[in-house]
Design a protein. Sequence first.
Length: 196
Amino acid sequence: MPSKNTFAAGRGVKKKTTKAFVNRQETEWWQKETRKLSSAQLCERCGAVWFDGHWHTAPKMAAALKAAKKLSRAKGKSGKPVLCYECHLAANGPADSSKIGFEGELTLDGLTDPSEKAKILATCRNFGARANKRDPEDRIISIDDRGERVVITTTENQMAVGMGKAVDAAFKGGKLRIVWSKDDMPARAFWVHKRG
């Protein structure tokens, strides 16, 4: 006769251990890292959090840092404002004037129908929002509308290529061409809309 408890604990497993494991999953990953939390910084512009060596999208941690910063301002302490690299790049351009201010460029050409152009740009913006939610370092820097041609610059070369592939998959009939650079120059993707 089968037992009523189909998920019986294995040999040597205690229920106390299982409960502790379940309770551990309820805490946030960053709450355990109290040593490093003091060195976490919040980007003033986008809300990304510098932690463990790179920028993260962590809304709960950002809220905790905002509350701590508000409390320190109430006490009369104010630190210098911090911007992530992408916000600094978007606001001020590259730190080194000999470098180009972007890593990826997508050129959309042949956009004659305004309603279809709006749909294509919405696809690009949605792609950028999803990429930014996954990694705050992936961002659209600018969208330059030049009539039938639109040039989109991004902070990551893979993002421009992925955005071009997303537009090509969503709007059939266009031609996508990707040009990878040599050395440390931006990747460029060109998508030409079908005529007629």
